[in-house]
Write a protein that binds this ligand. Structure first.
Ligand code: NAD
Length: 328
């Protein structure tokens, strides 16, 4: 859609991907950006830069509250919906995970239909595919998921598809791979490992890998993932899922070695018995062709450069990862 003079609501906009999306939206010719977030995992400080732009407004609200959602979506031309429980939280609290990830998304969808929102960009995940059966994983890859989190994303995509056909909802589903970068903490089961490896390496201690280190993922820098959301807002395609990754697979051993090199850590990587459950993905790499062809999106930042950005951000913002108490 043409974003000129539009109002865009970003639900979950104080989180990792959301806050970067808001930063990039301030570079677009939009009229207003409304961030809607209950700050359970997001941080208001992540919006500090964005708040210097008068068009950015913050509303503290919950996707479980249809009345609150309606109040902000009523005036929106487009919505980016990112609020969700991540994998470990969904596993620990499946009913709450369903309520937030599925019912919450349904609330957003209903509000978008009721208020004739022109475009909804939904944060899905490559978790829908589970472990790779074929590589690279195209959008036609079977839904081989085995965990609660992935199930909530599959359910939400099924509901979006139905809402498109029944009620004319215009949407795209963004299947991000593993998103890392500035503002990341410990919450993500896969990228939390990266945070902990940095913690150890910066203290000069061995980064620890549980398993043989051969688990391999497609890591995309959050700036790139956020830019994909902007591409998706600007595009016209609808009722479609898109992989948002780099197409490059990197093993945890390789990630650990890069972190040692970037931090100057001399201690070797230590391998300990795997603790991961069988429902976690051990092998993932996305095909990037559809996003490139239809959204005009390609990732631009190589992993080493992205990890260096993360290292610099951690050094400048130790409070954000709990290493000190207050923001500088
Ligand atoms: N980070 C990744 O690697 C990754 C990969 C694939 C998909 N995703 C998806 O992308 C989306 C964003 O992920 P993220 O890493 O930025 O997570 P995040 O936890 O940093 O962001 C989620 C945001 O939603 C907010 N939120 C949570 N519950 C809410 C509620 N009930 N009402 C309103 N706001 C609420 C949180 O406060 C937070 O700001 C999620 O839907 C996630 O499933 C993330």
């Amino acid at each position: 859609m043409n974003l000129a003079n539009t109002s865009v609501a970003v639900i979950g906009g104080a989180g990792l991907i959301g806050s970067h999306t808001v930063d990039l939206l301030t570079k677009e010719n939009v009229r207003e950006i409304v961030v809607y977030d209950n700050l359970t995992s997001g941080k208001i400080e992540f919006l500090k830069k964005a708040f210097s732009d008068q068009r950015v407004k913050f509303v503290n609200g919950d996707v479980g509250r249809q009345d609150q959602l309606d109040a902000i979506i009523r005036g929106a031309d487009a919505v980016v919906h990112l609020a969700a429980s991540l994998l470990l939280k969904c596993r620990a609290e499946p009913i709450a995970g369903f309520d937030l990830n599925v019912k919450g998304t349904l609330n957003v969808m209903q509000s978008c239909v009721d208020h004739k929102v022109g475009r909804l960009v939904y944060a899905s995940s490559t978790s829908v595919y589970g472990d790779a059966i074929e590589e690279p994983m195209t959008e036609e890859h079977p839904f081989n998921n085995m965990n609660m989190y992935g199930a909530t994303k599959i359910a939400s995509e099924a509901l979006l598809h139905a809402y498109h056909h029944e009620y004319g909802l215009q949407y795209v589903a963004m299947r991000y791979t593993n998103v890392y970068g500035p503002r990341q903490g410990y919450a993500g089961v896969y990228m939390g490992v990266v945070t902990r490896m940095f913690d150890s390496a910066e203290r000069g201690e061995s980064p620890v890998i549980f398993g043989d280190g051969n688990e391999a993922y497609d890591l995309i820098l959050v700036d790139d993932a956020a830019r994909a959301n902007i591409c998706a807002l600007n595009a016209e395609s609808t009722d479609r899922g898109y992989n948002i990754g780099t197409g490059v697979k990197t093993s945890l051993s390789e990630v650990a070695e890069m972190i040692r090199e970037l931090t100057g850590c001399k201690a070797p990587v230590v391998y300990k018995p795997r603790q991961h459950s069988a429902t976690l993905v051990r092998n993932r790499v996305a095909s990037t062709n559809r996003a490139s062809d239809e959204l005009g999106f390609r990732s631009t930042v190589a992993l080493r450069d992205g990890l260096e950005r993360l290292r610099q951000w951690r050094a400048a913002n130790p409070w954000a990862i709990g290493l000190t108490v207050t923001p500088a």
